[in-house]
Write a new protein. Structure first.
Length: 400
């Protein structure tokens, strides 16, 4: 048996668009079409073999969910300096735009609530593929914050490149992959440092994005210590949710829901972000049709879809949204909905209840972990043999 190495370092060279590498005794980089020489820029990448193996887990999907507690703790303890720099950039900017796609876009939506409530700061959000239709407001004083796990999504890279070159906007990227295209484009980069995320379905990277945004909002308000404390509490609660006893509850719920055709999810305020993330995980992993709505939108058409035993997931945080969302849950139940509550406070309206701790804005984190587990166990209950690779999906979207 050969030696076992737990860590590896490699030196990478990333080619930019219209660059060509000539491999010989020395590497030469030429810029096309004229062939002008470019000085090679090498990047040291360090990684652990354990991060790229399933270990005791059957799938990367569930392995990466089990890493969420440590991801939150790492951000609380080790990302403080860079988050302070990001908060300063937001504070000094004349207009801030967050752009992202997929799960990352839900973290950006969450940021609009977080920065308003915690830091009393307005930030704008656009889906990456739609940003070009509203970028007329961008100037050289604008801060653009793209959020991406891979740093390679064309729907993020393209608008970022355009506003950097044409508008001279400052780019502050929140990204997981060191050396990615987005990382190299950015003027300032904040690494999520979750380690590789192998499953197509994003889990720990989303948790990291939300954790970073929570801590940034608190830092911007001058209360970074409180933000750190909330993240540490959330990390502890996520660890509890990842216990065998708690997971059994989610497995049993997944069995009940496995044959359903539709699941509807509601939240208000920051919990609307959790609702959006939950529906995406359910759709991607189990192929059940799921939709998320702000609770107040029910009577504007959505409630027509509710009939006897329709599963309705209700994210109910113990904040200023609680009484309104419980009222919405009662409306759903009155139409026959089967109500699944997720939050710190049990209510009689819930047919099923998955409890979290009450951690103010950081309650979002255990709510999201529960939704990730539900997505995974729904996939298994419906016979998806490889939930790491859902049909028709890729980890990084590189074509329009």
């Amino acid at each position: 048996m050969g030696p076992s190495y737990s860590e590896s370092n490699e030196v990478d060279l990333f080619l930019e668009d219209n660059h060509m590498a000539v491999i010989g005794k020395n590497i030469k980089i030429l810029k096309l079409p004229k062939g002008n020489p470019v000085k090679p820029q090498f990047t040291m990448i360090s990684w652990k073999f354990a991060e790229t193996e399933k270990g005791k887990f059957k799938h990367f999907f569930i392995k990466e969910i089990h890493e969420e507690s440590k991801v939150i703790e790492n951000i609380a303890l080790n990302n403080v300096s860079n988050i302070r720099k990001l908060a300063n950039l937001i504070d000094q900017a004349f207009g801030t735009f967050l752009i992202a796609c997929g799960s990352a876009s839900y973290s950006a939506i969450g940021a609009t609530y977080l920065f308003s409530k915690v830091a009393k700061k307005h930030v704008n959000f656009a889906v990456g593929s739609e940003f070009k239709y509203i970028e007329d407001f961008v100037t050289d004083k604008t801060l653009v914050i793209p959020i991406s796990q891979s740093g390679e999504s064309i729907d993020v890279i393209e608008p970022v490149t355009r506003v950097k070159i044409q508008k001279r906007a400052k780019i502050a990227a929140i990204v997981n992959v060191l050396g990615s295209t987005l990382y190299r484009l950015a003027d300032f980069k904040l690494l999520l440092e979750t380690g590789p995320e192998k499953a197509v379905v994003a889990t720990k990277s989303f948790i990291a994005m939300i954790s970073v945004l929570i801590l940034t909002a608190y830092t911007l308000s001058g209360r970074q210590n409180k933000g750190q404390k909330l993240l540490k509490k959330a990390s502890g609660n996520v660890s509890l949710i990842l216990s065998d006893q708690y997971i059994l509850k989610i497995k049993l719920l997944a069995q009940k829901l496995a044959k359903k055709e539709h699941i509807y999810v509601i939240g208000r305020g920051l919990s609307y972000c959790a609702a959006l993330e939950a529906t995406l995980k359910i759709k991607e992993a189990s192929y059940i049709h799921a939709e998320a709505f702000p609770g107040g939108e029910l009577k504007h058409g959505v409630i027509a879809l509710i009939e006897k035993d329709t599963p309705c997931i209700v994210f109910a945080s113990n904040d200023d949204t609680y009484h309104d969302i419980i009222s919405n849950a009662q409306e759903l139940k009155a139409r026959g909905g089967y109500i699944i509550g997720i939050g710190p406070k049990r209510d009689d309206v819930f047919d099923e209840f998955l409890e979290t701790d009450d951690i103010e804005e950081a309650t979002l984190l255990p709510q999201v972990t529960i939704s990730h587990l539900l997505g995974y166990y729904l996939a298994l209950a419906r016979g998806n043999k490889d939930p790491d690779k859902p049909r028709n999906l890729a980890k990084s979207v590189t074509v329009k």
